[in-house]
Design a protein around this ligand. Structure first.
Ligand code: IMP
Ligand code: ZN
Length: 379
């Protein structure tokens, strides 16, 4: 049953800035995909990490491989992107930046260009259907594919930035952090920056990336994804923190993703605390709402319950995200006006509702033991 807090967090207008398309596919959409491709023998339990389960980062990347098998045609991408957008809208997200790695799938005739065009078409169709959400797109570079593919992706993103009517606004750097080196991708990222693409870079997701993070911070990026191991308390350094703070680079923080992916030991040890206390711009995001079985309302609720945030704090957090987005200034102004209009209504919904005390239901007990293997995922 929905509690007052559930309703408050859903009604809270929100901005989602870190959502990977293929990681955001819901249970319902996954069912449709599985039914389309029964010969793959993929079960839903292989595409999602449920409540109480955890996986190593490596196992999370195996999950994406399974999902990519299910989503390999223009038709699949269109359905998935539309469903994901409508789901974010239903969760109270008013502005969304989706990101995705364009793929060639020779079997179905999908090319990288068609991939991007299809995502843009999905965004256009959702708008036409009246979805109450402004959606932009970040083209993703998968770090495992090396410098040539990174440069090719940058050029594609550049083309679409110029021809997509403002839908393509930037570039993401993501993929398995244990593979490849950011140093080799600097040229592609610099080119992207110089041509006006915004940069949202996954950074310091694992402890061994100090040197790479120093280099990437000198670009500098416009936002940082995760930044889990930047600060000295977890083996990062003062120099990294100084660079982030001096350049005021916002952090995209994804609590459940980090806890379930085992890069953060528990919700209350999440680095949200470190940066939030310093009043550094932090944006709560989902990362992969399908894979990690969450949504943005739940991530706000988790942050509030874990770190004792009031309704006012939560409101400020969601509004601050507008400024961190890659939307053009007039769009940011419109969003701010929207927030101002909605504020009295949302904050007076349940004035005495404590939004920060529902620990037990939101913190499913996670096992301390080693995570189960992908092939034998249990319920
Ligand atoms: P796609 O780009 O839409 O196919 O979304 C899935 C892809 O996003 C994965 O294959 C990874 O490259 C990337 N991704 C999703 N989550 C993470 C993460 O937590 N860290 C790094 N990369 C990620
Ligand atoms: Zn991510």
């Amino acid at each position: 049953m929905e509690t007052e807090a559930d309703i408050f967090f859903r009604k809270l207008p929100k901005v989602e800035l870190h959502a990977h398309l293929n990681g955001s596919v819901s249970f319902e959409t996954m069912e449709k995909l599985i039914a389309r491709k029964p010969h793959l023998n993929i079960e839903h339990s292989m595409t999602a990490i449920r409540s109480g389960q955890r996986r190593t980062l490596d196992e999370c990347f195996q999950v994406f491989k399974v999902i990519h098998q299910l989503i390999d045609s223009e038709e699949d991408i269109l359905m998935v992107a539309k469903d994901v957008i409508h789901e974010f809208a239903a969760d109270g997200v008013k502005y969304l930046e989706l990101r995705s790695t364009p793929r060639n799938e020779p079997k179905t005739g999908l090319s990288k260009r068609i991939y991007i065009e299809t995502v843009i078409e999905a965004i256009r169709q959702c708008k036409h259907e009246g979805a109450d959400i402004d959606v932009r797109f970040l083209v993703a570079i998968d770090r495992r594919n090396g410098p040539e593919v990174a440069m090719e992706t940058t050029k594609l993103a550049e083309d679409f930035m110029l021809s997509s009517d403002g839908v393509v606004v930037g570039l993401d750097l993501s993929g398995d952090p244990t593979v490849g080196n950011g140093k080799d991708l600097l040229l592609a990222l610099q080119r992207a920056r110089n041509c006006g693409l915004k940069l949202a870079l996954h950074m310091s997701e694992i402890p061994s990336q100090k040197e790479e993070s120093e280099l990437l911070l000198d670009l500098p990026p416009d936002r940082i994804g995760h930044g889990t191991f930047l600060h000295p308390e977890v083996g990062g350094s003062d120099s990294l923190v100084d660079k982030v703070c001096k350049q005021n680079i916002p952090l995209e923080l994804c609590l459940t993703s980090n806890v379930k992916g085992l890069t953060v030991p528990s919700y209350d040890e999440h680095h949200f605390q470190y940066w939030y206390k310093r009043r550094h711009p932090c944006v709560l995001c989902t990362d992969d709402k399908g894979v990690f079985c969450t949504d943005l309302s739940q991530e706000y609720q988790l942050a509030a319950s874990t770190f004792g945030l009031s309704q006012e704090d939560v409101w400020a957090l969601s509004q601050q995200a507008i400024q961190c987005s890659f939307a053009p200034e007039p769009v940011k102004q419109q969003l701010n006006q929207r927030w101002a209009k909605l504020r009295p209504e949302v904050l007076s919904l349940f004035p005495s509702c404590t939004v920060n005390q529902d620990f037990s239901r939101l913190h499913p007990k996670l096992p301390d033991s080693a995570p189960v293997q992908i092939g034998a995922i249990s319920e």
